[in-house]
Write a protein of this length. Structure first.
Lengths: 291, 291
DNA sequence: TTATCCAATACGCTGTGCGTATAGTTTCGA
DNA sequence: TCGAAACTATACGCACAGCGTATTGGATAA
């Protein structure tokens, strides 16, 4: 038994076709045929009924496939472990943060977390536009920090971190900046910059539309840094979460009567198979005073 | 990553000593050292702190050991499945018999062997013309029963079964059949059928030629069944091993002064890696009263 | 200081797994 | 019905990876 035979057979089990399995395995068809034949001789019986287009795994073949898949899982774990351990002797935790959740918040948290769990290293990622908590289930990330999803997967451990309201963003020299709180109808007088990347942009526009406060976006971008730059340097305004990392010169003000808010959570895989460091980090994050 | 590395590393994890692990693994110390080194290069970090008598697994090494043990468990399960699966959950032993060794002999032996080892099934094969004990080494057959080879491979466990003389074969109605023993010179009067498939045909011809008993083959074939058919139904004669399975109507008679004989052996792979059932069968075969 | 232990390196060898070419059988479509 | 396509197995030759042996280098123990 050799590992090449393991992967060849797994591919054969999936395709039930020697030619296709060979292609998947990256070897020639006779090579795969011989490897399977050797495996069968070693195991003392056929693994597949060779029947052209109707080929089927034998009973032994099915049992062997299950065990070979376990071996592949173990191999994958080996590689996963080797990726996590590195010269530096740290376990690297991959944490993805939704781009609209300001990373500034986490600097202090992760500094304290790293002090409490000295054997780890945090690798921050930005959660892609099409990514969500399934990336945690698939193992791409160890944890995700993102707005709470409407229907999280059962296998996830989702812990709330904090809630945050949406607020006005404007230049420090903006007329609206003079007030500690602004009225919704006062926003009409100023050009609105539409933060396309905001998950809540439709809810925000709906909120104001319902109050006959028609926001007329004059500028729109999916680059949050551009949005903030434009707002910080001019008469334009925007709506953003209160805990956002804000550009220099940009201030935030609460909006009277505007109660839209969101909950930011951390999601990890639940269960005992998840490494203890990850469970520790999630626990620390849940308990942290996010202010 | 290869399975030899898996078992080497498991042994290294147990002993924390390259020399001892090499011994356990059945390879030389440099071989094991290189295999571990290759594994470490593939996984990107050391698996063991090399510290003479104080060597210890690294953190990665401990993680990898755990996964490698899972792989060993899966491998063991594979072998367990293969042992249990056979037509009717039996281990099928492929035994090839040289075509000139009559299978009739083995019926009784294998019946008793199957009684003693109930978990196996014997699959009889005819050893091909170009096949020899290398097919046992290659794993094509679990065992071969064949005349002793002049220079068997060292890796084989060759056990003698029985010796058998070459005798006259003729029709029951043949004039020579009337005698309990025939003289060599009496054979001259009858057409001789040359069994091409017989390994000893040259020795047989030489024997008679040396005694100025010139056998004039009038018919030759490599089909033993054809040879026996011709002899059983006519005036022709042949020379064949005394324990051959003989066709109906064919009888055998010893030849006075003709002492050519051969030893039939059973060959299996030697060593502890061979399944216990095969070693058991070989042992039973060697002890059997072949009469 | 010398012998022993432990692991790594150098060198040469061989067996195994590979690809290519082809054969044999079955199935499918014209 | 026939030829092409699909599917798997065999034959042949080749390259290289893993092996063992011999030896080196360093550490430890007597």
């Amino acid at each position: 038994m050799e590992l090449n035979q393991v992967s060849y057979f797994i591919n054969l089990a999936e395709t039930l076709n020697f030619t296709a399995a060979a292609r998947l395995s990256g070897v020639s068809q006779p090579s795969l045929t011989r490897a399977i034949r050797r495996l069968e001789e070693e195991l003392g019986g056929p693994l597949i009924y060779r029947d052209g287009k109707n080929s089927r795994l034998t009973g032994l073949g099915q049992d062997v496939e299950a065990e070979f898949r376990r071996m592949l899982v173990a191999m994958k774990s080996v590689r996963h472990h080797s990726e996590n351990w590195a010269m530096g002797r740290h376990r690297v935790l991959d944490v993805a943060v939704a781009p609209t959740v300001g990373p500034k918040l986490f600097t202090t948290f992760f500094e304290s977390a790293l002090a409490e769990v000295p054997s780890i290293e945090i690798k921050m990622h930005s959660l892609g536009a099409s990514e969500d908590t399934s990336e945690v289930l698939s193992g791409k990330y160890h944890a995700c920090i993102l707005p709470r999803e409407t229907r999280p997967d059962r296998k996830l451990d989702v812990r709330p971190l904090f809630r945050e309201r949406f607020v006005l963003g404007c230049s420090a020299k903006h007329p609206l900046a003079a007030s500690d709180i602004v009225r919704g109808e006062d926003l009409l007088e100023f050009p609105f910059v539409d933060r396309l990347k905001c998950e809540f942009r439709e809810q925000i526009l709906d909120h104001f539309a319902r109050r006959e406060v028609l926001m007329r976006p004059r500028f729109r971008s999916d680059r949050d840094d551009w949005v903030q730059r434009v707002v910080a340097e001019g008469e334009a305004i925007c709506i953003l979460p209160e805990r956002s990392a804000t550009a220099q010169g940009l201030v935030t003000r609460p909006i009277d009567g505007f109660v839209l808010e969101r909950e930011v959570v951390i999601a990890t895989v639940s269960g005992s198979t998840v490494p203890v460091e990850i469970r520790k980090i999630a626990q620390l994050a849940a308990r942290y005073a996010w202010n």
